[in-house]
Design a protein around this ligand. Sequence first.
Ligand SMILES: [Zn+2]
Length: 77
Amino acid sequence: MAIRYYCRHCGTSLGTFEDEQLLVSPQLGLNELSDEEQQQIIHYGSDGNVHVRVTCEHCEEALENNPDFYMLDRWIQ
Ligand SMILES: [Zn+2]
């Protein structure tokens, strides 16, 4: 099982971690999220991998410059 990071907005793959122990490791900080936050960004895929949805630098910038983009994201989901 691997942990796959990708951007929730543009779908860009941001990296893959092969060690699932990282999920509960302070290294990624995921253990500091509330249960609700974890449910929002961590998804267990049918492929057996863990998908972590974050925002890449590019989209973070786009969101700052154009808040409407966030509405678009909500619409897609
Ligand atoms: Zn992105």
